[in-house]
Ligand binder design. Structure first.
Ligand code: 13P
Length: 244
């Protein structure tokens, strides 16, 4: 299975128009049967997106965040139970760098992963180094520190998760990480998690568009793409989908 995930972030998108643009641009192209497309709009659009399901293809729904707690006095939070009760969410992004920079810690991310797994929602766990870490040559050590506690928790089935490598310096910059960096980082992760014994999927995210997606997908062990800006336009997103 390959994955193409749209992270709409906090943008206002008319989902009906978006689906029209996506459909029109798809024309009669047949997408790879093995491709799952996941759309992550804001929480409020999740149920509406389902109602607008006029699409030629079956989109899966994802959320952009979830609470690390089960229920109770957590004003403004949305639980994994809410996601599964009030929408058809099957995936949820966690640990995005934009949330980590707002104070989310590895321990908080792990708690979110656990909550999602109790509701059979697949966590898409983001990880990636900053420019400073890369300059210091400490990328591997840093990636290990971000994933270590999740990967080595015997009570947590890592095969039920998806990882997304998003180097901070490539997000929203218009230029993705070079193929060598993507290959090095993902190869390193495949060593931490023996992919011969695991079905774990690893995606790449950071300035993906229809021009660069083909070559990024050719990198070993890249099982899909997590797309921000280029997912906001249904037409461009369809062009990316055709590259799989
Ligand atoms: P861009 O595709 O806009 O660089 O965003 C990547 C991202 O943060 C997806 O989660």
């Amino acid at each position: 299975m390959k994955y193409l995930v749209a992270n709409w972030k906090m943008n206002l998108i008319n989902s009906k128009n978006w689906i029209c643009d996506f459909n029109n641009n798809l024309n009669d192209s047949n997408l790879n049967d093995d491709l799952r497309i996941v759309i992550c709009p804001n929480y409020l659009q999740l149920p509406k997106f389902n109602q607008n399901h006029l699409s030629k293809i079956n989109f899966s729904m994802g959320a952009q965040n979830v609470s690390g707690n089960n229920s109770g006095a957590f004003t403004g939070e949305i639980s994994a139970e809410h996601l599964s009760e009030f929408s058809e969410v099957r995936y949820c992004i966690v640990g995005h760098s934009e949330r980590r920079s707002a104070g989310e810690t590895d321990a908080m991310i792990k708690a979110k992963v656990k909550q999602l797994l109790t509701k059979n929602i697949t966590p898409i766990i983001c990880f990636g180094e900053s420019h400073e870490i890369q300059e210091k040559g400490e990328t591997e050590k840093f990636l290990n520190s971000q994933l270590n506690s999740i990967v080595n928790d015997e009570n947590l089935n890592i095969d039920s998760c998806i990882l997304a490598y998003e180097p901070l310096w490539a997000i929203g910059k218009g230029i993705p990480a070079d193929l060598e960096t993507i290959n090095n980082s993902i190869s390193y992760i495949t060593k931490i998690i023996d992919l011969n014994k695991s079905n774990l999927k690893i995606l790449y995210g950071g300035s993906v568009d229809s021009e660069n997606s083909g070559e990024i997908l050719s990198v070993d062990n890249v099982s899909g793409l997590l797309v921000g800006n280029s997912s906001l336009d249904g037409k461009e997103f369809a062009n990316i989908a055709k590259k799989f």
